[in-house]
Design a protein. Structure first.
Length: 168
């Protein structure tokens, strides 16, 4: 009988945490066991999470501005896609630009070797023709097109707000 009275007294001052099911004070604002806030900023009780959902106390991070993404993309094509969470898309753009750059470097080395050997033999070197031959390769063109595509890609994957127009 005495045990029954103690249980009734403890039921009046305690309750179970809706998140971890430990006994806490009825007036508790934060659970001392799981550190979950039980009351929001306005004083309303926090509702019980739906089974199978993740509990996130932090709001999702805001997406970067379009200008920040453009600056990232100038520094490294594909970085804007990575910043927006499109990993595969970002790494494909970065890999394609790097591969084209390496293959273009192979073409550049041939032109540079020809210019060096011409200079060593005393022949006159036409700088304009050398510069033209450096920019005429297929890998250079492809690298530039992929770089430009990476900027257009930002417009497709950027999370435009509903109040703004989707076109620029």
């Amino acid at each position: 009988m005495n045990m029954q009275r103690e249980t009734d007294a403890s039921d009046q001052t305690t309750r179970k945490c809706p998140f971890c099911a430990e006994l806490i004070m009825k007036a508790a604002i934060k659970c001392r066991f799981c550190q979950t806030m039980l009351v929001d900023e306005s004083g309303n009780p926090v509702s019980m999470p739906i089974a199978g959902t993740k509990i996130s106390l932090n709001p999702p991070p805001a997406s970067p501005s379009i200008w920040t993404l453009l600056i990232w993309n100038v520094l490294c094509p594909g970085a804007a896609a990575l910043k927006l969470g499109h990993r595969m898309r970002g790494w494909l753009i970065i890999g394609a630009v790097v591969a084209c750059m390496l293959l273009w470097t192979k073409e550049v080395m041939v032109v540079v070797n020809q210019a060096v050997s011409a200079a060593q033999t005393g022949k006159a070197i036409n700088v304009h023709d050398t510069a033209q031959s450096l920019q005429s390769g297929i890998w250079y063109d492809l690298m530039v097109y992929i770089y430009l595509y990476s900027f257009i890609d930002i417009l497709f994957i950027y999370p435009w707000k509903s109040g703004k127009s989707d076109s620029l």
